[in-house]
Design a protein around this ligand. Structure first.
Ligand SMILES: Cc1ncc(COP(=O)(O)O)c(C=O)c1O
Length: 386
């Protein structure tokens, strides 16, 4: 096949005129940090998820940091989460002083294995953090039932889940706590950013205080007309607020969410068609329960050759790729600090997974090119036996 001249990246954010106009208007407005646009963005997220509160933040990681502090997770506590997730969650659990306890996943969907969550609950367990992996929801009914039976907090890691629904309920809409990410790789972006959604009035107050130095009133309320610039601090906080410049970008992106996710679904359909029957390649499984998939990532598994060699060959074809994720239980500090965990399905998947390019501005031709390259690399697309 002819090698394309330009590089096809794993992801490229889709930034159009509406985003540029929104950000420009914010810059011209002379109020650029946390203010009315953050409020609007938060309200839009309440409407999207059905949650009563939404707190915008500088990242999802920042959200996990203040949330674990706000709900009092720390030394002596255990938090159950999959190992196949981004290290940020495990870092935040570790930095809180708590112990991350890893639940295994289903090899086909890469989503958390609910039975294994229950098997790992101890008297020290305080919370479960399921991940809606690659945009497919975790099995929420069963997770909530187990959590309620054991008196545990559920925090949805919804970093991949803007547009994800489980049985018609959007991530964040289960009356628990969810954290979304707006990193440039995600389904919508604010450059960097995140949001916590939840329904708890007391938690809301605490999160807003912890987000901004421990100060109750943000800059908008202190420096706006008639504002009160004085403050007192009851407990120290961090500096994790989103800015209005970022919210302007987020508002414009959220208006295009359906368009983005429809296109992602189309591209995944083309991938599935184009890669059908390729020997030595496992395509991602979809959960059996009713759901709307946000198609954040398209993660295949390479069986027929060493993944490192496969990545080199993709590079030779000018194609980008991603690794979601190196399993957290195998990270150096996690092994040293928390000991060796055995997670058979995670380990079976870990050495094989690879994310192929997926973003709304990809063309049908881009997908066809990747499929042809994968077929060529894996040996001419011989039919798989099953
Ligand atoms: C599963 C998961 N959780 C959490 C995060 C952290 O998000 P952020 O980069 O906004 O802190 C990410 C981001 O890559 C992620 O993929």
């Amino acid at each position: 096949m002819n090698i394309r001249e330009d590089f096809l990246p794993l992801n490229r954010p889709s930034i159009g005129e509406a985003e540029i106009a929104g950000v420009t208007a914010c810059l011209r407005s002379q109020w650029i940090t946390t203010g009315p646009l953050c409020k609007t963005f938060e309200k839009q997220f309440q409407d999207l998820t059905g949650a009563q509160h939404a707190v915008s933040l500088s990242s999802a990681t920042a959200g996990m940091h203040i949330l674990l502090s706000a709900i009092g997770i720390g030394h002596g506590d255990e938090v159950i989460t999959p190992s196949l997730t981004f290290a940020s969650t495990v870092n935040m659990i570790s930095l809180s002083g708590a112990r991350p306890v890893f639940a295994d996943i289903h090899y086909d969907t890469l989503n958390i294995d609910v039975a294994d969550i229950e098997a790992r609950i101890t008297p020290r367990t305080k919370a479960i953090i399921p991940v809606h992996f690659a945009g497919a929801p975790a099995e929420m009914d069963r997770i909530l039932e187990i959590a309620d039976r054991h008196g545990l907090i559920v925090i949805e890691d919804a970093a991949h889940a803007v547009g994800t629904r489980y049985r018609g309920i959007h991530a964040g809409g289960f009356g628990r706590i969810a954290i979304f990410s707006f990193h440039p790789l995600k389904n919508i972006t604010t450059g960097e950013g995140g949001i916590i959604t939840h329904n708890d009035d007391r938690l809301e107050k605490r999160l807003r205080v912890l987000r901004f130095h421990g100060i109750e009133r943000d800059a908008w309320k202190r420096y706006g007309k008639g504002g009160d610039p004085s403050y007192d601090i009851e407990a120290p906080g961090w500096k994790y607020n989103l800015t209005d410049i970022q919210a302007a970008l987020g508002i414009a992106q959220l208006a295009r969410l359906d368009e983005f996710n429809r296109r992602r679904a189309e591209l995944v359909g083309l991938y599935r068609e184009g890669l059908k029957g390729v020997a030595g390649l496992d395509l991602p499984g979809d959960p059996a329960y009713p759901h709307d998939h946000a198609h954040h990532l398209f993660v295949v598994k390479i069986l027929a050759m060493d993944r490192g060699r496969f990545m080199e060959k993709l590079s030779d074809h000018n194609i980008g790729y991603g690794l979601h994720f190196p399993p957290c239980h195998q990270l150096k500090y996690v092994r040293e600090r928390f000991g060796i965990a055995r997670l058979p399905e995670t380990e079976r998947a870990a050495g094989r997974i690879l994310s192929l390019p997926l973003f709304p501005d990809m063309t049908d031709g881009d997908v066809a090119y990747v499929c042809a390259a994968v077929r060529e690399i894996l040996g001419g697309g011989r039919e798989a036996k099953n």
